[in-house]
Design a protein around this ligand. Structure first.
Ligand SMILES: Nc1ncnc2c1ncn2[C@@H]1O[C@H](COP(=O)(O)OP(=O)(O)OP(=O)(O)O)[C@@H](O)[C@H]1O
Ligand code: SF4
Ligand SMILES: [Mg+2]
Length: 426
């Protein structure tokens, strides 16, 4: 739902205007136009390593039959073998169509769900199998910002008690210090510190999201999982909240896993992006690799639908790639490549083998048997030799599968050179 109340958040980029009076400035601007008035897009700093490493993460939700004996009849493979890293103090964007497993991934990392498999290495410690008691001290370090500022705040609690609750639970400050800390946080997120006694319904949508951000910051986290943090807001307010998140990132030195379906927003906030389809990452890379040099047909189709990024993504062509059909069910996903039922360039091998997430550039990986710039996909699968098959995906006794196609988080110093058709360093 769009934020109708544009009266309480104007287009001024600065965040610290506590208590400012409502101003009516209705404007129709694209996200990029609004963002261009304020902060520059976030840049990548790899010198500090990663704060989070997710390795082969899986979440299967059991599907039970109706009737008295609710026996298990299958699984929703919501997240199926996802691997990535989030740089310390940086941000990784997670994008993809509805139902592809973005929120489930975020909820696994915050351990709202117990994963079916895989590792969640936070500062080197695996969170996947920790008990609630073991997780308690770590919960301070990983916090979540939710999509909907209308439902994610308890309407019966004052803003002060909402923001102050984590301080009480984790006993990080003496009781008499809670209110001053709450007021400090309200000021940091651009709200009037004197409004701590008000209820969520007394604030606009954008302001409520600021309250959600203040609550997430209470315990000084090292990682914020932001699940569609601006998609419920009016576009002009989106840019302000994004700018606030950028300020906070610098000030608190906090890393973000930024989940969104809006590719323009992600491009601005995230120097690195992972594209998901039906529970898997199909392409991951730095901003340039994804937005200007996408090699996966699904990423290319997604980008072609975004007016702001269309031209760069598809080599200057003004062309919309329309995907046929619906996203298949994650209970019974297609064999081989999960995208094959909608892929315009699928061939025989695509049904037989899942394409490995292959590193094809310094910070660029793609899971496709025929990766290439738009309309320049190779005729033959580049993966056949690596998988030990012929071009149709049938076993080739003369070929040995390559050990260099393992699904690992992060990037190697060597990668598969698509022109030379061999592993090497560019
Ligand atoms: N608790 C659950 N039990 C069963 N299935 C679930 C559960 N949560 C999510 N799913 C299923 O898992 C898949 C991934 O859902 P998820 O919410 O992670 O997608 P998403 O990418 O966040 O989508 P959206 O963009 O709509 O928020 C969907 O098919 C969804 O129906
Ligand atoms: S592996 Fe095949 S089906 Fe999958 S994206 Fe590539 S070409 Fe399309
Ligand atoms: Mg979601």
């Amino acid at each position: 739902m769009a934020d109708q109340d544009t009266t309480t958040d104007d287009l001024t980029p600065e965040r610290s205007r506590p208590g400012s009076e409502p101003q009516l400035k209705p404007q129709v601007l694209s996200f990029d136009e609004v963002a261009a008035q304020a902060h520059t897009a976030a840049q990548l700093d790899l010198s500090r390593g990663s704060v989070l490493e997710v390795d082969n993460l899986k979440m299967y939700f059991p599907v039970k039959a109706g009737g008295l004996i609710r026996r298990k009849v299958g699984d929703v493979q919501a997240v199926d073998g996802v691997s990535f890293q989030v740089p310390r103090g940086g941000s990784l964007g997670l994008v993809g169509e509805s139902g592809c497993g973005k929120s489930t991934t975020g909820r696994l990392i915050t351990r709202l769900y117990q994963p079916t498999g895989g590792k969640i290495l936070f500062e080197g410690r695996d969170l996947a199998d920790l008990s609630n008691k073991q997780l308690k001290p770590l919960r301070r370090d990983i916090q979540m910002i939710f999509q909907d500022p209308y439902t994610s705040l308890n309407p019966r609690h004052t803003v002060g008690s909402i923001i102050g609750a984590p301080l009480e639970v984790h006993k990080v400050v003496p009781k008499n210090q809670i209110l001053p800390r709450v007021q400090e946080l309200l000021e940091i997120v651009g709200l009037n510190p004197e409004h701590y006694n008000r209820y969520p319904n007394e604030f606009s949508g954008g302001q409520r999201q600021r309250i959600g951000i203040a609550r997430a910051l209470t315990l000084n986290p090292k990682l914020l999982v932001a699940d569609e943090p601006v998609s419920a807001l009016d576009v002009s307010i989106q840019a302000q909240v994004i700018n606030l998140l950028q300020d906070i990132q610098k000030e608190f030195d906090v890393a973000f896993l930024f989940i969104a379906h809006d590719l323009a927003v992600v491009r601005h906030f995230c120097p690195e992006v992972a594209v998901m389809y039906l529970g898997k990452i199909v392409e991951i890379g730095d901003r340039d690799s994804i937005y200007s040099n996408a090699h996966h047909p699904y990423t290319q189709a997604l980008l072609s639908a975004v007016p702001d990024v269309k031209q760069a993504a598809i080599g200057g062509r003004r062309e919309r790639i329309r995907l046929e059909g619906d996203v298949p069910s994650p209970i019974n996903p297609p064999s081989g490549c999960r995208f094959r039922t909608r892929c315009p360039i699928a061939q025989e091998i695509c049904a037989k083998h899942e394409p490995p997430l292959l590193q094809i550039g310094k910070r660029h990986k793609v899971a496709c048997h025929f990766p290439g710039p738009i309309h320049q996909h190779p005729d033959k699968p580049i993966t056949a030799r690596l998988l030990g098959t012929d071009d149709a995906g049938s076993p080739d006794p003369g070929a040995t599968p390559s050990s260099q196609i393992a699904n690992k988080p992060g990037y190697d110093d060597t990668w598969y050179d698509l022109d030379a058709k061999t592993f090497g360093r560019a």
